[in-house]
Design a protein around this ligand. Structure first.
Ligand SMILES: [Zn+2]
Ligand SMILES: [Zn+2]
Length: 83
């Protein structure tokens, strides 16, 4: 069973079992591909919606599947931000 160790910010080591992990379903599939089922949302929208005071980009981070995501260069955009 595939699993991996994840170090949390407080130093705790957590074991993540991928087989037990439920991938969230893409919420855009029901809108864009009505009736054809939803795909696991494996992508995060990289659209920059704001910046922190330190200048770091804050991205949309909407979960979207590969079918609904629009890939531009090395970034993926959710349907809300692909137009
Ligand atoms: Zn989708
Ligand atoms: Zn987005």
């Amino acid at each position: 069973m595939p699993c991996s160790y994840v170090k949390l910010p407080d130093g705790t080591i957590a074991i993540v079992k991928h087989a037990a992990e439920r991938a969230p379903r893409c919420k855009f599939c029901t809108v864009l591909h009505d009736g054809s089922g939803t795909q696991p949302a494996t992508q995060l929208c990289d659209f920059e919606i704001a910046r922190t005071l330190g200048g770091d980009p804050i991205t949309c981070d909407a979960r979207v599947c590969v079918r609904c995501a629009r890939r531009v260069g090395d970034k993926d955009f959710c349907p809300n931000h692909s137009g």
